[in-house]
Design a binder for this molecule. Structure first.
Ligand SMILES: [Zn+2]
Length: 259
C-alpha cells in the first residue's frame, strides 16, 4: 500500500480517538453534577422538615400558654360564682366557663394534630438524612472515578496527539492540508471502498476506472463525489470449509484407583 494511504488511515484513527477522548473528558463532570443537584434537593428536604418541626414546637408552646390562660380564667370565674348575687350573673359565669372549656378542647385538638405532623416530619427528616448519607458516599465514589478516568483519558490523549503529530509529519506535505480540509468539512477525511465499488462514506458509485485505480491502493485518489481520500479494503478471505465432525472418541473415564 502507498505509505501516505497507510498513514492517512492511521491519522484518521488518531483523529477519531482524540475526538472521542475529548468528548468523554467533557462529559465526565456531568454525572457528578447530577448527583450534586440531587444532594442539594435532599439537603433542602431536611431543612424543610426541620423548619416544619420548629414551627410545630412554637405552635405547641403558644397552645400550652392559651390553655393555661383559659384555665386561669375558669378558676377566676369559679371564684366569682361563689360571690354572685343573682341567678343571671351565675348563669353568665357558667356560660363563660363553658366557652373557656371549649376553647381548651380546641387547643388540645390542635396540639394532637401538631404531634402527628411532627411525627411525619421526623420520619421525612430521617429518610432524607439516610438518603443524603448514601448520596454523599455515591458522589465521593463518582468523583474519584471521574478523576481517575480523566487522568487516564488525558494520558491516552497525549499519546494519540503525539502519534497524530508524527503521522502528519510523515505524510506528503501536499496531502495533509487536503485531508484537513475534507476532514473539517465532512467530519472524516478518508473512506473505505469495498467490492461494491462505492465510496463507503457518501455511497456514490465510483467510475470503473477510478475503482480500478483505488483497488491498487498505490496512490492518493479522492472520491469525485465527497472528496474523501479513498482506499480499498479487500473482502475477508472465504472461510475454509468446515471439516466434518471429528470421529467421536468416547472419553473413557479414568479408572478409579482402588483405595
Ligand atoms: Zn465519497
Amino acid at each position: 500500500m502507498n505509505p501516505d494511504l497507510e498513514k492517512l488511515i492511521a491519522l484518521q484513527e488518531a483523529d477519531r480517538e482524540i475526538e472521542r477522548l475529548n468528548q468523554e473528558i467533557a462529559l465526565l463532570p456531568r454525572r457528578v453534577a447530577t448527583i450534586e443537584s440531587k444532594l442539594a434537593d435532599t439537603r433542602a428536604r431536611i431543612e424543610k422538615a426541620k423548619a416544619a418541626m420548629a414551627a410545630a414546637q412554637k405552635d405547641r408552646k403558644k397552645l400550652d400558654t392559651e390553655i393555661q390562660d383559659h384555665q386561669q380564667k375558669i378558676s377566676k370565674y369559679r371564684d366569682q360564682s361563689l360571690a354572685v348575687k343573682t341567678n343571671e350573673q351565675y348563669k353568665a359565669l357558667l356560660q363563660e366557663i363553658t366557652f373557656a372549656e371549649q376553647a381548651i378542647r380546641a387547643c388540645e385538638d390542635k396540639i394532637l394534630d401538631g404531634m402527628l405532623a411532627v411525627e411525619t416530619q421526623e420520619k421525612n427528616q430521617k429518610a432524607a438524612e439516610a438518603e443524603l448519607k448514601q448520596e454523599m458516599a455515591e458522589i465521593e465514589k463518582e468523583k474519584s472515578e471521574a478523576r481517575a478516568r480523566t487522568e487516564e483519558d488525558q494520558k491516552q490523549l497525549a499519546e494519540w496527539a503525539a502519534r497524530r503529530n508524527l503521522l502528519r509529519s510523515e505524510i506528503s506535505a501536499d496531502v495533509v492540508p487536503y485531508y484537513d480540509r475534507v476532514q473539517t468539512l465532512r467530519k472524516s477525511g478518508i473512506a473505505e471502498v469495498h467490492e461494491d465499488s462505492k465510496c463507503s462514506a457518501c455511497n456514490v458509485m465510483l467510475r470503473p476506472q477510478t475503482y480500478n485505480e483505488v483497488r491498487a491502493n498505490d496512490r492518493v485518489i479522492a472520491c469525485d463525489s465527497c472528496g474523501r481520500i479513498l482506499y480499498y479494503v479487500p473482502p475477508p478471505p472465504e472461510p475454509e470449509p468446515a471439516p466434518g465432525p471429528a470421529p467421536a472418541e468416547a472419553a473413557q473415564p479414568a479408572a478409579e484407583s482402588a483405595s
